[in-house]
Design a protein around this ligand. Structure first.
Ligand code: VGL
Ligand code: ZN
Length: 199
């Protein structure tokens, strides 16, 4: 089953990259590979309805305070121009797709809308918001990886920027760095007004 789309609804496909979605990836999220085909069906439905489909890519330098080895949180993942940073090979990405890269300058970039300097805490907008504004989008369907990290952050920012936001749980997976992070993410999203749906 896919959602209803129209030209004012955008489908966001967050970070469906090898490092998250492939079992051999640097920050593999269990079940990540299972969401690729369901997201492809969603992409087809969105495109058929004239809804914009936007993709993001986590895109880090080889050394960044985002990585545990450099004093941060995460195992090395999505290093620019490596296999791990490529979108999953089975994901449908049209030639003219908009792909927003975040983390490029070493920032954390959890939300597709913004990048945060992990040292100064300063935030910069990515071009995602501009694309959505230019297209007249009012509603977002946020899918992809990681559910309790970038999908959550993007959905929360979306609400903050005034969009109606839906997160279908079958179209994401949680990494749960701490046990319970997945449930906490769902609660946080619902509290913020995101429609988190089970199907
Ligand atoms: C992400 C952890 C670290 C994500 C990115 O895409 O959700 N998670 N960097
Ligand atoms: Zn990252």
């Amino acid at each position: 089953m896919t959602r209803e789309y129209d030209p004012t609804t955008a489908l966001l496909v967050i970070d469906v990259q090898n490092d998250f979605a492939d079992p051999t990836g640097g920050l593999y999220v269990r079940g990540g590979e299972e969401i690729v085909e369901p997201i492809n069906r969603e992409i087809a439905a969105a495109r058929a309805a004239g809804a914009p489909v936007l993709y993001t890519q986590d895109w880090h330098p080889a050394s960044t305070p985002h990585f545990a080895k450099d004093g941060g949180t995460w195992p090395v993942h999505c290093v620019a121009d490596t296999w791990g940073a490529e979108l999953h090979p089975d994901l449908h990405v049209p030639d003219d797709a908009t792909v927003v890269r975040k983390g490029v300058d070493g920032g954390d970039g959890y939300s597709g809308f913004s990048v945060r300097d992990p040292v100064s805490g300063e935030e910069h907008r990515t071009e995602l918001g501009r694309h959505l504004e230019a297209a007249g989008v009012q509603r977002l369907v946020v899918t992809g990886l990681v559910g309790d990290v970038c999908v959550k952050a993007t959905a929360l920012d979306g609400v903050g920027f005034g969009y109606l936001v839906e997160v279908p749980l079958p179209l994401t997976r949680m990494v749960e760095l701490e046990p319970g992070d997945g449930d906490r993410a769902v609660a946080e999203l619902r509290d913020a007004g995101v429609e988190v749906v089970e199907s």
